[in-house]
Design a protein around this ligand. Structure first.
Ligand SMILES: [Zn+2]
Length: 326
């Protein structure tokens, strides 16, 4: 796994080529605009990554994962079956960050205490599902399937929420994001969500102007989780929490106008968290692999800006005293 300490702080590419971002490597490969390649000759054979100008893709997906023991990979494989989620080898994959962080929290017993901090209330018993699949049976999952049918939602990776947590009193749907909610279109290639079927539920849980929010980047995906998740939680008899987790730097932007579109109720609410909270939590805990998760979050890159500067994905406190990559 190549973190910011191993990556070149500044990249300059020859025309029509992309340079390997690993420090000290002079390899370059043919480049053309478009998605980061996953095959062909556009790779660095020394570092086993496919090259693009702003990010890179590991040849072996496990190189981008922290937890690769047999039970971990079996769980991840089952979770992703049929979801079409194939981007975990991409350095900037939100799926890989989600797996690396939440699997650590689940496997070490850190999830309940951290959720208590995030929700501000006692959390008892947690069961987790990744992309609709859990190592324990969640009562909630059949209700999510019923919800999908009620709203005529197609079965796809977008209707299977990345992380669902069921506690004794809550259904928590985690929306992991690595960038801000902001005005502007979705990334190209992503279809914007709109309800397949009109329903009174939309009026129950959203403010009248909610369609305007769909124009904001990432907002449609959050609205979908809000609408479907709150419905499923009601079927299950649990309070619904949409847990919006983002990097600290991405808190601002259009987040407030998004929140204004949600009808918060006694049994449904929005909770906000930062990936850096996990860093702080790991630092105060004596849980296994706490150092590994801290190094991961501190070292995680967000790829290169258009002018070739390496960016950090997160800004944990410690990063301020380390040489800043700018
Ligand atoms: Zn290289």
């Amino acid at each position: 796994m190549y973190g910011v300490s191993l990556l070149q702080p500044q990249l300059e590419h020859p025309p029509d080529r992309a340079v390997c971002p690993v420090r000290g490597c002079g390899v370059s490969a043919p480049w053309e605009p478009g998605p980061v390649p996953s095959a062909g000759d556009r790779r660095c054979p020394l570092h086993r990554i496919f090259l693009s100008r702003t990010s890179f893709r590991y040849e072996r997906e496990t190189d981008n994962l922290l937890w690769t023991g047999r039970p971990d990979l079996a769980l991840l494989g089952a979770a992703r079956k049929g979801t079409g989620e194939r981007s975990f080898a991409l350095d900037s994959s939100p799926g890989a960050v989600t797996w690396n962080v939440f699997r650590w929290l689940e496997a070490t017993g850190g999830l309940a205490p951290l959720l208590e901090e995030w929700l501000g209330e006692t959390v008892l018993e947690t069961a987790v599902a990744y992309w609709g699949y859990g190592s324990r049976n969640l009562e909630l999952l059949p209700h999510l399937r019923r919800t999908r049918i009620a709203f005529a939602e197609p079965e796809s990776d977008e209707t299977r929420f990345p992380v669902c947590i069921e506690t004794s009193g809550h259904f928590v749907a985690v929306v992991p994001r690595l960038g801000p909610i902001r005005p502007g279109d979705e990334e190209s290639g992503r279809k914007r969500w709109e309800p397949e079927r009109e329903s009174d539920w939309l009026g129950d849980v959203l403010m009248p102007h909610w369609r305007e929010l769909l124009d904001m980047r990432l907002a449609a995906a959050l609205l979908r989780v809000w609408v479907l998740g709150s419905y499923a939680a009601k079927l299950r008899g649990l309070a619904f929490v949409l847990l919006d987790i983002s990097p600290r730097w991405a808190n601002r932007a259009a987040g407030e106008s998004f929140e204004g579109g949600l009808r918060i109720g006694e049994d449904r609410r929005l909770a906000k968290a930062n990936w850096e909270d996990v860093y702080d939590f790991a630092g105060e805990s004596s849980l296994p692999d706490a150092d590994a998760i801290r190094i991961y979050l501190r070292e995680k890159s967000a790829g290169y800006s258009p002018d070739g500067r390496l960016r950090r994905a997160f800004s944990p406190e410690v990063a301020r005293t380390v040489t800043r990559v700018s």
